[in-house]
Write a protein that binds this ligand. Structure first.
Ligand code: FAD
Length: 461
């Protein structure tokens, strides 16, 4: 790994005429509209400058140039954040999409991943060595935002969240410093980067711990929505005793043929010879209309839902909530809500938590929701911008219906219009207070505020 030197850029040296680094895209340029397009087609922000940086030095120069010009700064990783946090109006966007290199050290079982990489980049490089780290369930999601907010994925019950596997980070801070965070260097900062979002600077490289993984057994088990209430009750009981090597998500969605369905999506990452017995009850229940479960390479599993569940460009209104349990009332509310969904493109996804995620002490990282049994994503999706209100209302109604089982939110699943209270609530007072202290130390002027923002100088009432 190339060491970064810790260099100081005093405030007095900010040069307002500083030459911008990398490729600079401005309003009116042919590539401007492409460069400001995000996964969520509903987001329409117009930055003053988009700077495509190629390395940490260019990121430092971009931070310095933005501050010299008095411009707000946004950081773009994979551009998947549903609230559109990768962009700001009239500011400077540090676009990391050219920084996607992944270097694997197979002996140390680590991967150094540049700050703009996607999970597809990481999975391809690590699986070439038979290794893997927990990443998002959609391969096009950015490593940056996902890891900094926590990082839920298929391998988490075996090896923890993405952020639990983060062993070091290289960061450009609000003062233009290049610093490292690890257990030995700035360990408090590493704590904050494990769940505290992009609040402390631009992460130019993440180093992850890897574990061996040959392949997985995964795929969809498809049931009709008419049977979803009993399927989800079975799912709740089945997942209660599932081993750490098995993670099962459940989805209420509409098939490509237009039929509303309930899909169970298992992912087995344990020994291949034990998969059949572990998955049998799941595959026999119902029985399902279709059983598409089969052995596959991990990279195939990581792409399995890309097209069906997560194509880019739709109008999206997204909310999330950790659930302490899947009660009968919650199951009934979710199924009834999906039966009345205002758009066939909308989905409700239940993600099984627990296992290694729950064994990390609550104060060991800035990701606080270790006790959740499930995480729920409520995703309203449609094509015509004029229909926004009806679909937003549907998502809000689903959210209201599940509140009795809610434990708190996942910062990475907070949507547009969810403000500071929701961010504070997502962390809880103790974690939030510690994040504020860290923010005061590393970014007291809140230069990095287009994120699930931790407000400097906030005090517990
Ligand atoms: C289709 C889809 C599938 C998803 N699946 C999962 C999933 O399986 N598991 C899960 O946990 N989450 C999932 N998410 C949520 C995801 O974690 C968040 O949307 C996350 O913010 C995406 O990160 P990004 O880098 O792609 O986003 P961006 O929109 O680029 O960035 C999001 C935030 O992170 C900051 N950021 C990004 N990179 C850096 C960096 N290098 N340094 C500093 N700050 C940075 C940005 O400034 C912004 O505040 C999914 C989202 C979508 C849209």
């Amino acid at each position: 790994m190339e060491p970064l030197t810790t260099a100081t850029v005093p405030m007095s040296s900010y040069d307002p005429t500083a030459v911008l680094p990398g490729t600079v895209i401005r309003p009116g340029d042919a590539s401007y509209d492409d460069a400001r397009r995000l996964w969520n087609g509903m987001i329409d922000r117009r930055p003053a400058l988009i700077v495509r940086c190629r390395d940490a030095q260019e990121v430092r120069a971009a931070v310095v140039a933005a501050r010299a010009r008095g411009l707000p700064v946004a950081v773009r990783g994979g551009g998947h954040n549903a609230a559109g946090l990768a962009l700001c109006d009239d500011g400077l966007v540090i676009d990391l999409s050219q920084m996607r290199g992944v270097t694997v050290d197979p002996d140390a079982r680590t991967a150094r991943v540049e700050g703009g990489a996607t999970w597809a980049d990481v999975d391809a490089a690590t699986q070439a060595h038979g290794l893997a780290v927990t990443g998002g369930a959609i391969s096009t999601t950015g490593v940056g935002g996902l890891t900094l907010g926590g990082g839920i994925g298929w391998l988490m019950r075996r090896q923890g969240l993405a952020c639990d596997n983060l062993v070091a980070a290289e960061l450009v801070t609000a003062d233009g410093h290049a610093v490292r965070a690890s257990d030995h260097e700035n360990p408090d900062l590493l704590w904050g980067l494990r769940g505290g979002g992009g609040n402390f600077g631009v992460v130019t490289a993440f180093t992850f711990r890897l574990q061996p993984l040959d392949g997985v057994v995964s795929g969809l088990l498809v049931h009709p929505l008419a049977r979803a209430k009993e399927v989800l009750r079975f799912y709740r009981e089945f997942t209660r005793s599932a081993p750490d090597t098995l993670t099962v998500f459940a989805g209420l969605l509409t098939s490509p043929e237009g039929a509303p369905i309930c899909a169970l999506i298992p992912s087995w990452c344990g020994p291949a010879e034990e998969a059949e017995a572990a998955l049998r009850p799941l595959r026999e229940f119902g029985p399902p209309l279709a059983d598409l479960v089969q052995p596959m390479p991990y990279v195939a599993q990581q792409r399995l839902l890309d097209d069906g569940m997560a194509p880019s460009g739709f109008q999206v209104y997204w909310r999330g909530e950790f659930l302490r349990a899947l009660t009968d009332e919650t199951i009934d509310a979710l199924v009834d809500a999906y039966a009345a969904a205002t758009s066939p493109l909308s989905v409700l996804v239940i993600e099984q938590m627990g296992g290694a995620v729950a064994r990390v002490p609550r104060d060991a990282t800035a990701f606080p929701n270790r006790d959740a049994a499930f995480n729920l994503a409520m995703v309203g999706r449609w094509t015509d911008p004029a229909e926004r209100d009806v679909h937003v209302r549907w998502v809000r109604d689903v959210h209201d219906a599940v509140r009795p089982s809610a434990l708190g939110s996942y910062v990475n699943y907070l949507g547009v219009e969810e403000g500071a209270d929701r961010v504070r609530g997502a962390y809880g007072d103790a974690t939030y207070a510690r994040l504020v202290a860290l923010k005061n130390a590393w970014d007291p002027e809140n230069v990095f505020r287009f994120n699930q923002n931790v407000a400097p100088n906030w005090r517990l009432a």
